[in-house]
Write a protein that binds this ligand. Structure first.
Ligand code: ZN
Length: 170
């Protein structure tokens, strides 16, 4: 898996709802490891399986820390249970290269997810992690951050997005 394997705006897999993860096997762990490497290689901080053409509900996140170490996080079948607040932050996406826009989302989330062994967890988070999680969970539901922009903003991006869609799959 390399950065060439990342699906770009216009690829149908990005518009599909991903299937739940049911098998927590060695293959899942291997795929997650590969996705993590691809994400680091492309300077991303999150990557959802549909972005590498796997329509399954899992994602990886690499949280940067002050000591330059990146914390590897894995989430399968994540589900947001509760949200609080609202905040606008600039987002980009490895599947929508060259476009960054401010997106308004809840500031705080509580979610349930499964780890690589299939164990169930619940967590609360805010800040950067809450933002990345919401962006990546959207990918699992076939939603891109550009879908969350106002119609006016989306209108302004129409040309650039069509250009990306035309280059996808070629
Ligand atoms: Zn994205």
């Amino acid at each position: 898996m390399s950065k060439n394997d990342i699906c770009i705006y216009g690829d149908l897999v990005l518009k599909q709802k991903a299937a739940p993860v049911v098998e927590f096997d060695e293959k899942l762990k291997q795929t997650a490891d590969e996705m993590f490497e691809t994400m680091i290689e492309t300077d991303g901080i999150g990557l959802a399986a549909p972005q590498v053409d796997i329509s399954k509900a899992f994602l990886v996140i690499g949280m940067p820390h002050d000591n330059e170490e990146v914390e590897r996080l894995f989430f399968a079948n994540p589900e947001i249970l509760e949200t609080r607040g609202e905040i606008g932050l600039e987002e980009g996406c490895l599947s929508i290269p060259g476009i960054r826009e401010e997106v308004v989302r809840p500031e705080w989330i509580r979610l349930r997810y499964q780890d690589l062994q299939g164990r169930l967890h619940e967590m609360e988070t805010d800040g950067l992690l809450a933002r990345v999680l919401q962006h990546e969970i959207d990918h699992l539901n076939g939603i891109l951050f550009t879908d969350r922009l106002s119609p006016a903003k989306r209108g302004l991006l129409k040309g650039a997005l069509e250009k990306l869609a035309n280059s996808a799959g070629t």
